[in-house]
Design a protein around this ligand. Structure first.
Ligand SMILES: *[C@@H]1O[C@H](CO)[C@@H](O)[C@H](O)[C@H]1NC(C)=O
Ligand SMILES: *[C@@H]1O[C@H](CO)[C@@H](O)[C@H](O)[C@H]1NC(C)=O
Ligand SMILES: *[C@@H]1O[C@H](CO)[C@@H](O)[C@H](O)[C@H]1NC(C)=O
Ligand SMILES: *[C@@H]1O[C@H](CO)[C@@H](O)[C@H](O)[C@H]1NC(C)=O
Ligand SMILES: *[C@@H]1O[C@H](CO)[C@@H](O)[C@H](O)[C@H]1NC(C)=O
Length: 323
């Protein structure tokens, strides 16, 4: 896995300078970052030690950065007509990182599947939040704070800042926050949907992102479209809009025609109807091609009122779109 990412990094920066930078410069940053989150990470700390000890630390950092840059996803928050909220997501990872012609699969996506884990973060033996994660990845892309809110993050490819923030961070200007560290911190520290929403909308980031947030009461579901500095748009559940769905494009613009997962996803949701939405029917929506594709590594379903998070490692049988 790490070797595959390294190969890619070398392809971009043939001298190996990127790896060097990451090794020498970033290591000093990630350790304090990891431990400043003052929670007793019952699972994570041993796991992070394992990775830091047995792998080259800089390579692990690189592995973490690549998640922030190469994920494409679909996230949905929906409310049934009794006011129950459901939140589902597909995590698609590994775009452009090597296609296995023989197996008709993405090399990295296949290697990631065995690394999918569900984590339960506890404090004083009480669950604070749960997440679906990849072993060795320290940020959060998918999580639930039981009975309070659910949160997922999708990549936003945008020119307004794009990766400049990440470059700046590598070069030492560190006033923005990694997107998935913000989600981790919000899952840990926010006590309500409103508080989570405010922090997600206002914290300065290293790169643009979409945050998809669901609350515990009727009408609490939104997509926050972020630039590095601020929230540039927010859409909420309201009368006549019983779900919000986000892939990797601004909702006021057409998706890239080669990669339209939004229209089929919405069509499926519309056909399912508000009356019939449940974790089961949401799973069906997320199993519809091309919402499900060769990059999809896992599907997670969350129901806030039950404090439930369940995830499924996915396989997309042929014929199936590469993305
Ligand atoms: C191709 O797929 C088969 C079965 O799914 C697997 O055993 C094999 O390791 C895969 N080959 C590569 C190169 O990933
Ligand atoms: C933590 O909670 C579990 C189940 O709720 C219980 O079995 C266990 O004994 C508790 N551990 C401690 C240290 O209190
Ligand atoms: C919903 O979240 C609020 C905190 O924002 C909490 O006070 C309330 O008890 C929660 N409601 C339910 C039904 O869990
Ligand atoms: C789904 O329904 C909404 C609301 O009625 C509508 O705006 C949208 O165009 C529909 N989308 C598709 C793909 O059917
Ligand atoms: C809703 O679900 C019921 C039971 O699963 C099914 O019979 C019905 O056809 C569904 N309605 C729609 C509009 O899909």
């Amino acid at each position: 896995m790490i070797q595959a990412i390294k190969d890619l990094a070398y392809a971009f920066v043939p001298s190996g300078r990127l790896i060097e930078l990451v090794d020498i410069t970033l290591v000093s940053v990630i350790f304090p970052l990891t431990f400043s989150l003052n929670l007793y990470y019952i699972f994570l700390i041993p796991m992070e030690f394992f990775f830091f000890y047995f792998c080259n630390l800089g390579e692990v950092v690189l592995f973490n950065i690549f998640y922030e840059v190469f994920t494409v996803c679909t996230s949905i928050v929906a409310e049934d007509n009794k006011g129950n909220l459901f939140h589902g997501r597909n995590l698609d990872f590994g775009l452009f990182m090597g296609w296995d012609v023989k197996n008709k699969s993405w090399i990295i996506s296949e290697k990631l599947k065995p690394l999918v884990v569900n984590l339960d973060f506890k404090r004083n033996n009480q669950t604070v939040f749960k997440s679906t994660n990849f072993a060795g990845y320290v940020g959060m892309l998918t999580g639930i704070k039981p009975h309070i809110f659910t949160l997922t993050m999708n990549e936003r490819f945008s020119l307004d800042g794009g990766y400049i923030g990440i470059l700046e961070w590598i070069l030492g200007k560190r006033d923005g926050m990694w997107m998935s560290f913000l989600t981790r911190s919000v899952l840990e520290n926010a006590h309500s949907y409103e508080e989570a929403k405010t922090r997600l909308a206002q914290t300065k980031l290293l790169a643009p992102a979409y945050f998809i947030l669901g609350g515990n009461q009727t009408g609490q579901g939104c997509i926050i479209t972020r630039s590095r500095l601020l929230s540039i748009d927010m859409i909420d559940l309201k009368l006549g809009r019983w779900y919000v769905l986000e892939t990797n494009y601004d909702h006021w613009e057409e998706p890239l025609f080669l990669d339209d997962r939004r229209t089929p996803g919405m069509k499926c949701m519309n056909q399912t109807t508000q009356k019939n939405i449940s974790l089961k029917t949401m799973y069906d929506v997320l199993s519809t091609k091309p919402v499900l594709n060769k990059l999809t590594t896992y599907t997670t379903l969350m129901q806030v009122s039950e404090g439930k998070l369940e995830s499924y490692i996915r396989d997309c049988p042929n014929p199936c779109m590469p993305w």
